[in-house]
Design a protein around this ligand. Structure first.
Ligand SMILES: [Zn+2]
Length: 129
């Protein structure tokens, strides 16, 4: 399988993360019209804190949420998709399936499909939200 058209962009976004697990996300429409990019980081966001206070990495903002926050108000994310990639220490792609909290937020904001790296080479999976 060919890698996703936004694979390299998501991976380079993940490179900006200082977290142990580095993830990058791209919100897009159509095949590759980019609305926003994001990566996970320790800087908190009120929404992230609220939904993740029960977890160990409570003070991180996930890449998916970071990308959504980066979307401009005039760029409706209604019907958009998201691609999430995890960058391993050796530079390869790891499993990046969005967590349940992120899936809920993506669904609520109108994102229709999530694509993510599976950790098997450059392969990716797609799920409808
Ligand atoms: Zn998440």
């Amino acid at each position: 399988m060919d890698k996703h058209p936004l694979h390299n962009l998501a991976m380079s976004e993940a490179l900006k993360s200082s977290c142990e697990f580095r993830l990058g996300a791209v919100v897009f429409k159509g095949r590759k019209h980019i609305l926003a990019v994001g990566h996970n980081h320790r800087r908190t966001h009120p929404l992230a804190k609220c939904i993740r206070e029960d977890e160990s990495e409570a003070n991180t903002t996930h890449a998916e949420l970071d990308a959504l926050i980066g979307c401009r108000w005039y760029d409706s994310v209604q019907g958009a998709s998201i691609f999430v990639a995890r960058l391993r220490a050796d530079g390869s792609a790891g499993t990046a399936r969005p967590c349940d909290q992120c899936q809920n937020i993506l669904r609520e904001t109108g994102i229709k499909r999530m694509y993510y790296t599976t950790g098997n080479g450059d392969e990716f999976a797609m799920e409808k939200l």
